[in-house]
Design a protein around this ligand. Structure first.
Ligand SMILES: [Zn+2]
Length: 153
């Protein structure tokens, strides 16, 4: 655990592969040497805000990593991982069990429906969970992918 200090370097919250370093001539300003984004730091609140983004993106430094400022001090623990797994597996299991217990008559026009419904349940719940994780970490997927693509070139 170390507090946010505008003279040290930190992992970049956008590309997650570069480091953000303090800019020499600007106070409380960081830049990432990898994805080139600029951040302004608020040491009192332990926050950084992205300066060159259309959407307001900020991150709270919890001493170890960046997190969503709205969820200060909240750790993404194993109980969340279990809740997430249940969130995906339970509805899928319920729908799947229903399809198994009351199998459609093979060959009827809608015989494929229970299987498709089970798969659809799995996909939608996975997407919702992924979205929650992204929201939790303030993880800008598009910017991350853009930075990743730039690395390969
Ligand atoms: Zn970066």
């Amino acid at each position: 655990m170390r507090p946010l200090n505008p003279t040290e370097s930190y992992p970049c919250p956008v590309c997650r592969s570069g480091k953000i370093e303090p800019l020499p001539l600007m106070e409380d300003t960081f830049s990432c040497q990898f994805c080139q984004h600029l951040f302004s730091a608020d040491v009192k609140q332990q926050l950084i805000t992205m300066m060159d983004s259309e959407i307001p993106l900020s991150w709270y430094w919890n001493g170890k990593r960046w997190s969503n400022p709205q969820r200060k001090g909240l750790e993404f623990g194993w109980e969340y991982a279990i809740a997430g797994l249940l969130f995906i597996s339970l509805p899928t299991m319920i729908v799947g069990t229903g399809a198994y217990l009351f199998p459609p008559i093979p060959g009827t026009p809608l015989a494929w429906l229970p299987t498709a419904w089970t798969i659809l349940t799995l996909i939608t719940h996975s997407v919702i969970l992924l979205w929650l994780i992204i929201e939790f970490y303030q993880f800008p997927v598009v910017m991350y992918l853009r930075a990743m693509m730039r690395r390969d070139v």
